[in-house]
Design a binder for this molecule. Structure first.
Ligand code: SAH
Ligand code: SF4
Ligand code: F3S
Length: 457
């Protein structure tokens, strides 16, 4: 029997990466399709779903506290339920399964990363009998894309092309909680992209833990470049993708940055470290030299391309010399943006067995030096935009000032500009407006909507 959630409300708290955010959109789509209404807060929600992340320890610890604190939140007036239903899914659900309900007795439902589609059935069983319902699968038979999606933004869509990861970087839990890499067929991807274009979506971001190895499981060879071409051919205005593993980024894909109409001039290429010794211990399977070679080719194919990366500080055994190699890599590349992480030991990964005796203060001090370099690079990259006119895809208003439009440039920089006279924010959200940049800060650009105003509604 199909479960129904008439008159019920739900909220989803999402942690972690875009995969989780996308999965949350699918859950929202499913529950709305079955009659429930989405609300923003736990107070208003009859059903609370946590989509969890365990890539680093901090998020892990926080979840347990958050679920525990729900006990004290009263139900809303008018709820059809006698008790709030609490569900945990995503990567902690996958990893901990039954253990979660042992530690959090008022948790009702646990599901994993391979069975999003089971959630409505599990929730409705919990509503009916008040018991725990836990379902975690080892892997999924099909690519999970037949589920509906309630997209967060009307103008942008995430489009998963692979799920899972086969890379087993030595520090990383993802392959254990997301399973082996699985690709979707090219036809299926193109069809979903066409649907988005018809629905007025302006920007598609292709998703995968390593999009560059797309197709290996289906076609016997990576065919990511074919995905780029097929999605571009749908007429989408802006195309992006995440994430790229440097060992699999091909010359063909690099060349597309110069030639493919819709491909935006920005690439996230996680380096993790600048030291060959640490890269080997991380099982990243490329060298600093190879990485820098890719950067040179990217800049040749697409001068001015904005590069971003992820860096881990304090991997077991990292010496000052290793760290200096990382620092010099960051400075040499001149990234627009760097996501910096302190190494976090994850049980079950190979790196968890390594001797990890660098003092905390030493790691923190390295981290601070890295952040200082990163901010300098970001500031310099933004300075280079002064005086240019950039096409901004409007996302809404600035968090700090409701009269300022906020959006993203092709290079994915945040851009602010005063709302042009006679225009409302609502009519501009999802539009592309040209902005002349007259201020460049570390984290954003600011300017004014250029002559001619809004080019496209
Ligand atoms: N598949 C993507 C994303 C992986 S998770 C990729 O390969 O880039 C996002 C980032 O989290 C990673 O790039 C890495 O920098 C960081 N990360 C993963 N495991 C970590 C750990 N155990 N400690 C600290 N940072 C970690
Ligand atoms: Fe983790 Fe490496 Fe896979 Fe990225 S490529 S998800 S860092 S194992
Ligand atoms: Fe976190 Fe899972 Fe993504 S562990 S980073 S939510 S794949």
């Amino acid at each position: 029997m199909t479960p129904t959630f008439d008159r019920m409300t739900f909220c989803i708290h999402t942690f972690g990466c875009q995969m989780n955010k996308h999965d949350s959109e699918r859950i929202a789509g499913m529950l709305e399709g079955l009659g429930a209404s989405m609300v923003e807060t736990i107070e208003e929600a009859d059903i609370v779903v946590f989509m969890t992340c365990c890539v680093r320890e901090a998020a892990d610890v926080r979840l347990y506290g958050q679920v525990a604190s729900l006990k004290n939140v009263p139900l809303r007036a008018g709820t059809p339920l006698s008790k709030r239903i609490v569900a945990v899914g995503g990567c902690i659900g996958q990893r901990d399964g039954e253990k979660l309900t042992e530690q959090l007795p008022h948790l009702d439902v646990v599901f994993g990363t391979h069975n999003l589609g089971s959630l409505p059935g599990l929730l409705s069983a919990a509503v009916a009998d008040g018991a725990h319902h836990v379902e975690v699968l080892e892997s999924s038979a099909d690519f999970p894309t037949t589920l509906p999606t309630a997209r967060e933004h009307s103008w942008a869509a995430w489009l998963p092309i692979t799920v899972g990861c086969d890379n087993f970087c030595s520090y990383c839990i993802v392959p254990y909680v997301r399973g082996r890499e699985k690709s979707r067929t090219l036809e299926d991807i193109a069809e979903e992209a066409r649907g988005y274009v018809e629905a007025g979506v302006r920007e598609i971001t292709l998703l995968g833990q390593n999009v560059n190895s797309y197709g290996r499981d289906l076609y016997g060879e990576p065919r990511f470049v074919d995905v780029l071409d097929a999605v571009d051919a749908t007429g989408i205005e802006r195309l992006r993708f995440a994430t790229s593993h440097p060992k699999d980024l091909t010359d063909e894909v690099i060349a597309r940055f110069g030639t493919l109409r819709s491909l935006m001039p920005a690439l996230h290429l996680p380096a993790q470290s600048g030291s060959d010794r640490i890269l080997a211990a991380m099982n990243r399977r490329y060298t600093r030299e190879h990485y820098l070679g890719l950067i040179a080719k990217l800049r040749e194919a697409c001068p001015g391309i904005a590069l971003s990366t992820d860096i881990i500080v304090g991997f077991p055994g990292e010496t000052e010399e290793d760290f200096l190699q990382t620092l010099s890599l960051v400075e040499e590349v001149g990234y627009s943006q760097v996501f910096t992480f302190i190494y976090s030991k994850r049980e079950g990964t190979p790196a968890a067995k390594l001797v990890d005796d660098t003092p905390r203060e030493v790691i923190q001090e390295r981290f601070d030096r890295l952040v200082e370099a990163v901010q300098r690079c970001a500031y310099e990259a933004n300075q280079a935009e002064l005086g240019k006119v950039v096409d901004v895809l409007v996302e809404g208003v600035s968090k700090r000032d409701g009269t300022m439009l906020a959006g993203k440039s092709p290079k994915n920089q945040t851009v602010h500009a005063p709302l042009p006279e006679g225009r409302s924010v609502d009519e501009l959200v999802g539009a592309v407006v040209p902005v002349r940049v007259d201020e460049a800060r570390t984290w954003y650009l600011a300017g004014t909507v250029a002559d001619g105003g809004v080019t496209r509604p």
